[in-house]
Design a protein around this ligand. Structure first.
Ligand code: ADP
Ligand code: ADP
Length: 234
């Protein structure tokens, strides 16, 4: 049973000068526990694919199934549950500047109504896991890019998601910091069994992290295979 499945899924945006098929009839499965990459140039449809997975956009046709639930047939209340089962990290980190590191990580737990004591214990555990316990009381503006993404990862894991979606999560980082963040994502996968979906335009990220990769062009998946096969020249 796949954890994410696309079945002839399309997303068409209606624009002034004609329709844009941002995602154009894609069909593929992501297996529980794998690190799956989606690579493609700007405009290939990667962000739209992410928004289909986390139910921020409905598919125009076809279906998107997450954790056994067909998003195209679910009411909004159930879609919120699906979103809660997906952790997200971003290129620009999306931290709250007015909150400390610990309070950023605590935020999704507050939204989910966790009581203070459980929340504090969970935040402490997460900061330890990503290695920034010493920054608990610091504001994001004082952090390096790599530290910010560690906070982003801790926050994304707070409510125990089954899926972590990483959208260009190393594109703002230098190569050394990128390697650290990728190593942390591998630990997220191996230690917690979380399915990691990595959206990127960087081949090195896919090469060093992903088990399998889908290559997107013009809204379509033009190649999908084990990473080493996709990158071995014919
Ligand atoms: P990527 O993330 O790979 O850069 P996107 O999913 O952002 O690609 O975009 C795919 C295509 O869909 C592009 O041609 C983009 O201009 C178009 N597109 C994305 N979102 C919208 C929207 N809300 N309205 C109209 N066109 C859009
Ligand atoms: P408030 O007093 O308004 O709750 P705080 O900044 O003290 O604001 O806390 C915000 C959130 O961050 C709380 O949910 C709390 O559980 C968490 N938190 C704050 N400091 C720590 C810390 N050092 N370790 C773990 N969690 C913390």
């Amino acid at each position: 049973e796949p954890i994410i499945a696309f079945r002839e899924a399309s997303k068409v945006f209606t624009a002034r000068n004609g329709d844009v098929r941002a995602v154009d009839g894609v069909s593929f499965d992501i297996t529980p526990g794998e690190i799956f990459g989606v690579i493609g140039y700007s405009g290939a449809g990667k962000s739209t694919l992410v928004r289909l997975i986390n139910a921020l956009e409905p598919a125009t046709s076809g279906s998107v199934v997450v954790d056994g639930l067909d998003l195209t047939t679910l009411p909004e209340s159930r879609l919120r549950q699906v979103r809660a089962g997906i952790g997200m990290i971003f290129q620009q980190f999306n931290l709250l500047g007015s909150r400390t590191v610990a309070a950023n990580v605590a935020y999704p737990l507050e939204v989910a109504g966790w009581p203070r004591a459980r929340r504090d214990a969970r935040v402490a555990e997460l900061l330890e896991f990503v290695g920034i316990t010493d920054k608990a009381g610091v504001y994001p503006a004082k952090l390096s890019g790599g530290q910010k993404q560690r906070v982003g990862i801790a926050r994304a894991l707070a409510t125990n998601p089954r899926i972590l979606l990483a959208d260009e999560c190393t594109s703002a980082l230098d190569p050394e910091t990128t390697a650290d963040v990728l190593a942390l994502l591998r630990r997220v996968n191996t230690e917690f069994g979380i399915t990691v979906v990595v959206i990127t335009h960087e081949m090195d990220v896919v090469r060093s992290l992903c088990d399998r990769v889908a290559v997107m062009e013009h809204g379509r998946v033009v190649e999908l295979d084990d990473t080493y096969r996709v990158f071995s020249a014919p």
